[in-house]
Design a protein around this ligand. Sequence first.
Ligand code: GLU
Length: 544
Amino acid sequence: MTTRSRFAPSPTGLLHVGGARTALFVYLFARSADGKFVLRIEDTDRARSSQASEDAIFADLQWLGLEWDEGPQEGGPGAPYRQSERLAYYDECVQALLDSGKAYLAWETPDELARMREQDGAGFKYRKYEYDAEDMVEFEAEGRRPVVRFAVPLEKGKIGFHDEILGDVEVDIDEVDDFVIRKADGFPTYHFAVVVDDVHMQITHVLRAQEHFKNTLKHRLLYEALGWEEHFPKHGHMPIINRIEGGKMSKRDKARAARAAARAAGLDAAGLAEKTGLDVVTSQAFLKKKNDEVAIAVRVAEALEIELPEIDCIDFRRAGFLPEAIVNFLALLGWNPGLRDDEGNEVEILPLSEMAKHFSLDRVGKTAARFDREKLRWMNGQYIRLVSPERRAEALQDWIDHNPGSVLEEWDADRRAWLVELYKDRLTAFADLARDAEFFFVRPTEWGPAKAIKKHLLKGGGLDRLRAAQAVLAAADWNEEALEAALTAAAEADYDGKLGKLAQPVRVAVAGGPVSPPIFGTLVGIGREESLARIEACLAHHAE
Ligand code: GLU
């Protein structure tokens, strides 16, 4: 039987790292088994689903390189792959359960339900209520729409399944509510749709995050009630992803970071409102952790000039991470490839195609994974150096496209490609390039830090050396070899061959400080006129 695994996102927001990790494992599993990777859109929550989210999820998966075999646009034997287009299938199956008494209508309004819950306390379990015919006529006249609930077969006593990652699980069936399978708006709930779809789409393996673990018990009951036991797929629940400092990673982390910055700046609600332009009530709610909206966090971050942690796939794309690095990093959040190189060191850098060869569920861990941002940066740097120059240029272009207004836009593609080659050894993300190479585009008006200025310009005749270097450079052809030859010859003649005596003052003058890529490339990048003008400006500034 062909292995078929699926990624089933709900298009209710952006694809975050957790979702991307799930998609990746599902993809790797399918590829490792020479099977099919199915993409299904779970849009049964009408209020929260949107086409924009769906499109963004497709774009993120494509960016990550996780090509799917069947999906809403591609079609396939399980079509349609969007739940909102499958209502007829669900209705048919709901009807079968109603007809056999395995499901029933329930008429409570959300308010009534909340009251019932309150009365019964934490142990509340929904069980079938008998309404008389008169009640139902009244409910209908009031415009109530019933939901359909599954009648949990309490007589079974226990319910369990075998998890490919976590092992055998079993709970008392009494712990399970008579859960809703069709909502009042006629749409199925997640629990119901997922079971119908996994069977119709002949899914052999359901891999998803541990958050869904308990849901699988409910699903197991539905498989049995629908007479589909033999179609119950293999299930594997992946470890949750924690922040490095502990606690589950979530989109709230943006609010958390922004709040910490607001506190560190000593802002109260009024102060925050003034700084951000938000109203005081919203600012207060934000500071008191009552409102964690990302839009507010973004506003606070802009006002306080801090960076928010990347959480969604698109955040990483905007920050200049390579998808090659992201997938490699995400794969190690829960999967241990167990590979060693010839020297016995653990192999961590594994491109997607290699991972697909080695992936297996028995090397997926049970305990929470930790999202180590430092390690991700390190890995991204590795990939920036590992990929071809063409790929580097393409990825840089993608970064520029996602960061309109960056200084890098001032150069054409060829010059930018040249620049990224000059910097590749020191980058951890493309955002570094825009920051570190800014001086190529903007003439320095200040030079620093003071210590470096003292050392390279003010002490030991630095300014005279700079003047001398200026004359040597001005007389040379403006290419790396000629500039190097000229300055080296001058250093041989006058400074015991110590090139740094000339090169360091030049560097400080043109780059505004003592850090730049190799100096001759830097000079060529800045250009003859501009380099000489910068040296002149620096001499004039320090002569004052
Ligand atoms: N739509 C669910 C989610 O986004 C899918 C869970 C599953 O894979 O069954 O969490």
